[in-house]
Design a binder for this molecule. Structure first.
Ligand code: AR6
Length: 165
């Protein structure tokens, strides 16, 4: 199991091997954390994303980090909330698992995640945090450290509680 850390702030400033982007299936940028990552990484990121030809919900693909302090960006596509009717929590768990599998493939030992799908995609914060922590805890591959990067105080306190219990 990776060592778990929690930070509140901007994921684009975190110096880890790989940060995870909460993207959409086109992988061509957007708002929220996706927009922040593209702005901070520079226009080369969009060019690299074009070459990936999109990504399915629950899957993950990687690019270099370009101008970011992180060496890699792992782009994953979370589910859109549909009142729990579309297997959203399973898909969300797949995002965390696939991102860690990709990290292991590219030799990224330290990984930072945002709260995937809990912004524009509308997933409930509490249950999504529980899925995130349980899925990362269950990962047995060669990733040493995972940082959950929250963007508001309530999420921060939730992750601190979940990771210390
Ligand atoms: N650092 C860390 N977390 C952040 C940052 C940041 N700089 N900015 C926002 N968050 P969202 P989603 C948090 O909407 O729900 C995009 O347009 C935010 O507070 O970024 O997966 C994509 O292109 C929230 O907790 O992603 C897709 O179309 C979390 O990141 C769509 O939104 C996720 O919010 C994906 O929606």
């Amino acid at each position: 199991m990776p060592t778990l850390h929690v930070r509140n702030g901007d994921i684009t400033t975190i110096a880890v091997d790989a940060i995870v982007n909460a993207a959409n299936s086109a992988l061509l940028g957007g708002g929220g954390v996706d927009g922040a990552i593209h702005r901070a990484a520079g226009p080369e990121l969009l060019e690299a994303c074009r070459a990936l030809h999109g990504c399915h919900t629950g899957d993950a693909k990687w690019t270099p980090g370009f101008r970011l302090p992180a060496r890699f960006v792992i782009h994953t596509v979370g589910p859109m909330w549909n009142h729990g009717l579309s297997g959203e929590f399973d898909l969300l768990a797949r995002c965390y698992r696939r991102s860690l599998e990709v990290a292991a493939e590219i030799g990224a030992r330290s990984v930072a995640f945002p709260c995937i799908s809990t912004g524009a995609f509308g997933m409930p914060s509490k249950e999504s945090a529980e899925v995130a922590v349980a899925t990362v805890r269950a990962f047995t591959g060669p990733v040493d450290s995972v940082t959950f990067v929250t963007h508001d105080e309530a999420d921060y306190e939730r992750y601190v509680r979940l990771t210390s219990s």
